[in-house]
Write a protein that binds this ligand. Structure first.
Ligand SMILES: Nc1ncnc2c1ncn2[C@@H]1O[C@H](COP(=O)(O)OP(=O)(O)OP(=O)(O)O)[C@@H](O)[C@H]1O
Ligand SMILES: [Mg+2]
Length: 250
């Protein structure tokens, strides 16, 4: 299972374009020079060791963390300095590391939180039906408190909540963390389905082999810098990548 090859990328305005991005927390600088793009309809994997800055990047790309230096654009529109709501309106949905559901709220209410900026009631209801169709377990559990669900169910809920904002770019930070392989397989299938509806996906995935299998392209981030990028298949075959990130011999 892998994403399709896409045509004439040089002719497209990138969904997300980032160049020379620097960011951090207080006195600590984490991202030193991140340049990357995600094209419409693509699945892109971001790979890096613990602490490399992947989640920090995801926060910048959804407006949660200010950009200190550099450019970030969505559909060609500069976004540095814009608040998270502007990123959501521009079509960016962030599925954060650790899922961050409202644990004392029902599944249904968590999903509706994803639509908080929308006013098209009829369409929101239709989209709720659509995510319930995609994740039937969420329909079954719609009245259950989100915090009482299993890890896999919570991840489905977090992805579905992201979809409720009608994104054209889904940022997913750690898809499979703590989940059984069977659940990860189901989630990956759903991501491919979501991608086929035209939603681009930027994915951070601890299982680098699985992440690259899903993706068209990949970027390696090392200590806050992009050190390597290319088609996912090339990266998966690169001896240095195999040794450093896949635990395979060169
Ligand atoms: N809120 C914060 N305040 C201060 N430092 C932070 C904060 N969040 C992250 N950091 C630091 O930024 C660096 C990068 O963290 P980040 O979470 O972006 O890494 P990561 O690549 O997502 O790692 P992992 O694979 O473990 O999720 C780390 O050194 C971390 O300690
Ligand atoms: Mg992280």
């Amino acid at each position: 299972m892998s994403a399709p090859d896409l045509q004439a990328p040089q002719l497209q305005v990138p969904k997300l374009q980032v160049s020379g991005l620097q960011a951090g927390y207080g006195d600590v600088q984490v991202l030193w020079d991140i340049s990357l793009d995600v094209r419409p309809g693509e699945i892109v994997s971001m790979i890096g060791s613990n602490g490399a800055g992947k989640s920090t990047f995801m926060r910048c790309a959804s407006g949660l963390l200010p950009v200190r230096v550099g450019m970030i654009a969505v559909d060609g529109k500069p976004m540095a300095g814009a608040p998270p709501a502007s990123f959501v309106r521009a079509g960016v949905a962030h599925v954060p590391e650790g899922r961050r559901l409202f644990s004392a709220m029902s599944v249904r209410d968590n999903l509706l939180m994803g639509a908080y900026l929308r006013e098209d009631r009829a369409e929101i209801a239709a989209d709720l039906d659509r995510v319930f169709e995609m994740f039937p377990i969420l329909a079954e559990r719609r009245r259950q408190d989100a915090g009482t669900m299993s890890g896999g169910e919570q991840q489905m809920c977090a992805i579905a909540r992201g979809l409720m904002s009608k994104p054209s770019l889904l940022l997913i930070d750690e898809l499979s963390l703590g989940l059984a392989p069977r659940i990860v397989e189901q989630l990956s299938e759903r991501l491919v389905e979501i991608n086929k509806t035209g939603v681009a996906i930027l994915l951070v995935e601890q299982d680098v082999i699985a992440g690259l299998e899903l993706a068209n392209r990949g970027f390696i981030v090392d200590r806050g810098r992009v050190t390597l990028s290319g088609p996912a298949r090339e990266l998966a075959g690169n001896p240095a990548v195999r040794e450093a990130y896949m635990g395979l011999g060169a």
